[in-house]
Design a protein around this ligand. Structure first.
Ligand code: UGA
Length: 435
């Protein structure tokens, strides 16, 4: 089968490369000529482990093509995925202008039956809206088409694994024909018995927001517990284990830290709150998860302040800037708010991130100085703070770090190290929610 993917951002490229790996013929489209030129040369514009190799392999085998010409993809494909950006508007709702533009363009090239699928996270009701936009743009031409929703559940840094071995696939379709065609795309997953949830379009659209909001709530919950643990002398990891062993709760996404970030949880929780408001209701739990997340970031600053007081003139080596490991993505990274607050208090920041320094420079305060590795960052610093749990930061030469620091203050905001061992090693060690 031949499929087209419009938009070669994160979702579009991962989806395209993985479907090609499933054996489908995939045409990826983007209006950005430079990007398409680079993709044809095997250059992926962001960092995602394994993606470059997968794209290159399928490109060479002729199963993955890149073009700026949308009609090429529409004509040759039975299924067309829309995977363009849905940036947040000022009020937190998703801006659908790119999705709608693409829908009109697709309509302009339709000549026979196609399934047009949203892959980007879109507000509930978008499928219906696209149906009427495309129907209108066809101006009375008698062409049959279906609209469907197939939300992605890909974690950055682990996207290929998530695509190849998903917990489930969600298909929202309005006709049995569209549902059957989309199920067929995922046939390789039948071997590993992946559950496929087939439902209506609105339900599929809502599943995506509900999943991300629930996961964000889980994180905010454990982050609040970590703060209570600090007050009462309990250990948040044991609390997480103790509750997570209850299968109704589950052990995942109960790792405390400096707050959730990224392009999904912050945006999707806000969009869900807005959607509810537009429908005359208040989502109290999701709102609280967002508020607790803001508090968590500030609490990290308070934690450092209580030890380094005053922060003015103190040098802090910040290790890890990306919102999570294995990505250079700085969108809504907790490091942004935390470093802004530290700089505003007069602290000097020497930062290091294994891959995100270039993206970080665009969004962090200009006062931040960048080091070439963790050891250079800590030279003469009053404290070191781990903000992202990159593997290379999990195995630092602690003897060397201690020697290079001016003062052995260690803020482990991802709970990477063992508190007992750190104290024995002579650090004034502070982590999140552990005695
Ligand atoms: C998230 C979801 O996990 C994916 O299923 C979804 O497809 C994706 O959003 C999306 O909507 O596109 P992602 O944002 O890449 O994926 O990253 P996560 O691994 O979910 O982490 C999000 C944030 O939560 C990070 O800042 C991470 O550090 C934080 N987190 C995660 C915690 O603080 N504690 C945890 O236990 C887990």
């Amino acid at each position: 089968m031949h499929i087209g993917i419009i938009g070669t951002g994160y979702v579009g490229l991962v989806t395209g490369a993985c479907f090609a790996e499933y054996g489908l013929n995939v045409t990826c489209v983007d209006r950005d000529e430079e990007k398409i030129k680079a993709l044809k040369k095997g250059k992926i514009p962001f960092y995602e482990p394994g993606l470059e190799e997968l794209a290159e392999k399928n490109f060479k085998k002729g199963r993955l093509a890149f073009t700026t010409n949308i009609s090429e993809a529409v004509n040759s494909s039975l299924v067309i995925f829309i995977a363009v950006g849905t940036p947040p508007r000022g009020d937190g709702s998703a801006d659908l202008k790119y999705v709608e533009e693409v829908a009109r363009e697709i309509a302009g090239h339709l000549e026979g039956y196609k399934v047009i699928v949203t892959k980007s996270t879109v507000p509930v009701g978008t499928g219906k809206r696209l149906k009427s936009i495309i129907g209108g743009a066809l101006r009375g031409k008698n062409i049959h088409f279906d609209v469907a929703s197939n939300p992605e559940f890909l974690r950055e840094g682990a996207a290929i694994e998530d695509f190849m071995r998903p917990n489930r696939v969600v298909i929202g379709a309005e006709s049995p024909q569209a549902a059957a065609i989309l199920q067929d795309l995922y046939r390789p997953l039948y071997l590993i018995e992946t559950p496929i949830v087939v439902t209506g379009i609105e339900t599929a659209e809502l599943i995506k927001y509900a999943a991300n909001s629930f996961l964000a709530t889980k994180i905010s919950f454990i982050n609040e517990m970590s703060r209570l643990c600090e007050k009462v002398g309990a250990d948040v990891h044991v609390v997480a284990k103790g509750i997570g062993l209850d299968r109704r709760i589950g052990p995942k996404f109960l790792h405390p830290g400096p707050g959730f970030g990224g392009s999904c949880f912050p945006k999707d929780t806000k969009a869900l709150v807005t959607l509810a408001q537009e429908n005359g209701m208040e989502l109290k739990i999701v709102k609280a998860a967002i508020a607790a997340n803001e508090d968590q970031k500030l609490f990290m600053v308070e934690k450092m302040k209580s030890v380094l007081n005053p922060l003015g003139e103190k040098t802090i080596a910040v290790l890890g800037l990306a919102f999570k490991p294995n990505t250079d993505d700085m969108r809504e990274a907790p490091s942004i708010d935390i470093l802004n607050a530290l700089v505003a208090e007069g602290a000097r920041i020497k930062a290091y991130d294994p891959v995100a320094a270039a993206t970080a420079k665009k969004v962090l305060p200009k006062e931040v100085v960048y080091a070439k590795d963790a050891y250079e960052a800590v030279i003469g610093a009053d404290a070191v703070a781990i903000l992202t749990e990159w593997n290379e930061l999990r195995n630092l030469d602690l003897g060397q770090i201690k020697k290079l620091l001016k003062n052995p203050n260690f803020f482990d905001l991802r709970n990477v190290y063992d508190p007992q061992k750190m104290k024995e090693a002579g650090f004034n060690y502070h982590s999140v929610g552990r005695p």
